[in-house]
Write a protein that binds this ligand. Structure first.
Ligand code: PGA
Length: 263
């Protein structure tokens, strides 16, 4: 199967945004756009990652959308099950609330909240055990890129999870490549640079698992309506993890259209 037969994913990462009234308006606008300008389900997976607090509300509000839009948690506890762990939300509790997808390893978690390999592996393992699909984020810093280490850093981050992902569990992993210097900065990796890294990631995945040829590799970092088409045209870019632009219904819809129509 060639890379281009992979159904793309466009996932909005709302981070610690927005307030309730804005979220409601954003979702209503997005639902209207999906109604007026449909994006076929088989052409593109769509997801929204709101705060933990808003997962159930977003899910309820999107239940009558013209097509499925997944609710995605932005993080999950490294502790499984239930118990006395103040402030934590486990993979089992997410699954119990009908949340089937989770981001793990976002650079903001790695950098600001010190999520390290062992914690991240526990999160990935717990999510897989609870039946969730994991969108596992990787990416290099500007200093690492300038030192010529981008590829080594990113491939190492992918190899890290091979300690806990085995066999067909790879089929429940989506990779999101997000160069840290491109996140929220307005700087996007050029389509050529992004494609080059995605091709390396694809090679690495193929060495780790037979699923590697068919796994979606999303790009993230200042994706917007204006650059979505050229990113979508790259053979190994199978979708986008969208931060800032996902807080605008029209931009998010245009990005999804770009991937649905270009792939
Ligand atoms: P951005 O964020 O689109 O605002 O750069 C992407 C992300 O952090 O997932």
């Amino acid at each position: 199967m060639s890379a281009s037969t992979i159904t793309p994913w466009v996932v909005g990462n709302w981070k610690m945004n927005p307030v309730q009234a804005q979220a409601q308006q954003l979702l209503n606008e997005f639902k209207q756009l999906l109604q007026n300008s449909p994006i076929a389900q088989e052409k593109c997976h769509l997801g929204i990652a709101p705060t933990m607090l808003a997962l159930s509300t977003v899910q309820a509000q999107m239940a009558d959308a013209a097509r499925p839009v997944y609710t995605v948690a932005q993080d999950v506890s490294r502790i499984a099950g239930t118990g006395a762990y103040t402030g934590e939300v486990s993979a089992e509790l997410l699954a119990d609330h009908g949340v089937g997808y989770v981001l793990v390893g976002h650079s903001e978690r790695r950098e600001i909240f010190a999520d390290q390999r062992d914690q991240l592996n526990a999160k990935v393992q717990n999510a897989l055990n609870a039946g969730l699909t994991v969108i596992y984020c990787v990416g290099e810093s500007l200093a690492q890129r300038e030192a010529g280490q981008a590829e080594v850093v990113v491939l190492q981050q992918i190899c890290d999870i091979a300690a806990v992902v085995t066999g067909d569990a790879w089929g429940k992993i989506v990779i999101a490549y997000e160069p840290i210097w491109a996140i929220g900065t307005g700087k996007t990796a050029s389509p050529e640079d992004a494609q080059a890294m995605h091709a390396k990631i694809r090679e690495g995945l193929k060495q780790l698992t037979p699923h590697g040829a068919n796994m979606a590799i999303l790009y993230g970092g200042s994706v917007k309506a204006e650059n979505a088409v050229e990113l979508a045209a790259c053979p190994d870019i199978n979708g986008a993890l969208v931060g800032g632009a996902s807080l605008n219904a029209d931009s998010f819809h245009q990005i999804a259209l770009a991937f649905a129509n270009t792939k």
